[in-house]
Design a protein around this ligand. Sequence first.
Ligand SMILES: Nc1nc2c(c(=O)[nH]1)N[C@H]1C(S)=C(S)[C@@H](COP(=O)(O)O)O[C@H]1N2
Ligand SMILES: [Mo]
Length: 326
Amino acid sequence: MHLIRKPRWALPENRVTPEAVWLDRRRFLAAAGFAGITAGIGAGIPVGRVHAATAESPWTPAPETNPAYADAGRPVTDEGINSTYNNFYEFGSHKRIAGDAQALETEGWTIQIDGLVEKPFEIGTDDLLKQIGVQERIIRHRCVEAWSMVVPWIGFPLKDLVALAKPLGSAKYVRFETFHDPNVAPGQLQFWYPWPYVEGVTMAEAENELSFLVVGAYGKVLHKQFGAPIRLHLPWKYGFKSVKSIARISFVEEQPLSFWEELQASEYGFWANVNPEVPHPRWSQATERVLGTEERIPTQLFNGYAEEVAHLYTGMEEGLGERLWR
Ligand SMILES: Nc1nc2c(c(=O)[nH]1)N[C@H]1C(S)=C(S)[C@@H](COP(=O)(O)O)O[C@H]1N2
Ligand SMILES: [Mo]
């Protein structure tokens, strides 16, 4: 058989890195020229094998399930499926990053809290958990690539951390930054991406009950591929807003420029609220594929969490309408 080694960008569209393709011309050329770098990353992990390598639950008794989020309306996604199908570009621009993500050292992890706060400080995630109690929430997650899952997260409301940080009245947004260490995360050698991964929310969004800082899943310490030791989850927004492995949280006046927005502003906007009526340039958002069952179901406005968050966007065209993406 005669094999022609095509460059990555010559693959058919459905085989190309889902979330990341169609970069602007400058980045595209850089990507094409250095396609070789990515070739060896992420040797395949068998589908459905739990790739956890996590400690048993450090919480005794087990965290209580928040009764408001005890039922996501469909079954929890199988842990084996969920923990082997992840977006975590620091470890490669494909879904099978679980193995490589085990290189992440989470012992002694600290978060820097700075910007418009009474006094900037650094705090260990362990110390944070001594001060803030955790709960479980069974929550829907919807990726802009039109797949979804249900996860039993363990964590605490972001607003508890906001209270601890004591932001000044001038703070308008919260900016999150992932660690940056190309020695551990080879994806960060892909220089056409604007590392480190950054995301942001308004203060009102940060103080909403639904904004959740996640430190565990499936009753265990958070799996590394889920964004250990601490990641954000914003269930009414597309998944890319839910930044993983947070190393820095800043209170700022200007709207943060996120990783994806910086990469491709025509496809990834600041608000990114789930809305079945506003198609992404590459994917209709009308329906979603449920991981595990592979069922196609209709997508709901705000991913079904309108009751909690719709009021944040009343009269705000950008939050809902055609300007969703830019
Ligand atoms: N630091 C970082 N955070 C990230 C990402 C990433 O590549 N890097 N991917 C995002 C995307 S696109 C999605 S859909 C979710 C995936 O979370 P999961 O792997 O736990 O399902 O994480 C988000 N957070
Ligand atoms: Mo995503």
